[in-house]
Design a protein around this ligand. Structure first.
Ligand code: SF4
Length: 372
């Protein structure tokens, strides 16, 4: 939830009443600390930067999400929230909120964060359905943006959530812009997702190279993931694809293949990110341990503060990579079906602005990088 427009002081007072701190979440302590001008350094689970220094109270105990109440939506002016620019992927309804049904991910992709831990903590299907039902009936929410790391990590639970939502017969739209694991899917799950109201999913492929899939420990079964994309299209669900280019040791040929894979499969949207081995990731540790070879290690050591550092292959300079990404986007979106699809989305001013911003960031200001 975006709280930037809200008054945290009022929230602090109300939060302690409404939530009663049932979990070790740092939010109530943060709000209370802000209200009383207390130091915030000792709050587990809270990291912040002050005068250029990082402060933290260390990791908090993982929360038991099954016992957590629904966030206190009744103390938020939801009408103001709904009036903000919609987040994520072109929601069908203005009455949209983000919702997490799980925390954590058991996979070990080396470029990824560990914020929620390496064990998936899943809310039961019954609880997910009942919380969404409350959002629908009490707060008139009409679209849910699922922000789990991997909603489908347990196929049966994912199906049971869909079945529960279908039984409630709500007129709900759902989207999964944060990425689903493309190789944990079957036809039945896709059919149920569609029936429950899903209009968009994102699938994280990252690289088309099996060699790199192993090196970055993603180990995605690419063929199965592409089958998932095709199945989604069969059910009329839009699909976004996450792709990363510029891994240490990646060749120009491998980058081209990844971009071609995006273009030649029925993705509606593509995100090409340039790899940034952030501090604290396994990827950074792997590079510094020589997992990708001596050249990559030396290059990162020579430029430790560069966000999107150094590209380790003399045949693939940073400028080349940025150009390949730019032309990748142009080739991807100039396929008539995709151009038409984007034009179709321009029925709201806010979406026109979103598309222009995306074009600016990806083509004109294409130095910007991000990891998916
Ligand atoms: S990238 Fe996705 S699958 Fe991989 S560790 Fe992160 S959340 Fe899990």
């Amino acid at each position: 939830m975006r709280t930037c427009h809200l008054c945290w002081k009022r929230l602090a007072a109300k939060w302690s009443v409404n939530c009663g701190e049932p979990t070790p979440s740092p939010i109530p302590s943060l709000l209370t600390g802000l209200e009383h001008d207390d130091p915030l350094d000792n709050i587990p689970g809270l990291w912040f930067k002050k005068d250029g220094e990082v402060h933290s109270g260390g990791y908090a105990e993982p929360v038991d999400i099954e016992s957590m109440p629904l966030p206190a939506f009744d103390i938020v002016d939801l009408e103001r929230y709904f009036a903000l620019d919609p987040p994520w992927h072109f929601p069908k309804s203005k009455r949209v909120v983000q919702f997490g049904t799980s925390r954590g991910c058991p996979f070990n992709c080396s470029y990824c964060h560990h914020i929620h831990g390496k064990k998936a903590r899943l809310m039961s299907a019954e609880k997910v359905v009942s919380q969404i039902e409350t959002l629908y009936n009490k707060h008139k929410v009409r679209e849910i943006i699922v922000i789990d790391d991997i909603f489908n990590v347990n196929l049966e639970r994912a199906k049971n959530i869909c079945k529960g939502l279908i039984e409630k017969n709500m007129k709900l739209s759902i989207q999964f812009p944060n990425g689903l694991r493309g190789d944990i899917f079957d036809d039945e799950l896709m059919r149920l997702l569609k029936k429950a109201g899903t209009h968009y999913i994102a699938v994280a492929i990252e690289t088309s190279s099996d060699r790199l899939q192993k090196l970055i420990r993603k180990n995605l079964k690419i063929e199965r993931a592409l089958q998932t994309v095709a199945t989604a299209k069969k059910y009329g669900i839009e699909v976004g694809g996450f792709f990363m280019i510029g891994f240490p040791s990646e060749t120009k040929e491998e980058v081209k293949k990844t971009i071609d894979l995006a273009i030649n499969n029925p993705f509606d949207i593509a995100f090409f990110s340039i790899v940034a081995p952030y501090e604290g990731t396994e990827l950074r540790r792997d590079i510094l341990n020589g997992h990708f070879g001596e050249e990559a290690r030396a290059a990162l050591k020579a430029n430790p503060d560069e966000e999107f550092p150094v590209f380790y292959n003399p045949d693939l300079t940073r400028e080349m990579l940025i150009k390949m990404r730019m032309f990748g986007y142009i080739r991807f979106y100039t396929k008539p079906a995709r151009t038409f699809n984007l034009i179709k989305k321009m029925y709201r001013l806010v979406y026109i602005k979103q598309i222009i911003r995306a074009i600016y960031r990806r083509l004109i200001f294409s130095k910007t990088v991000s990891v998916s």
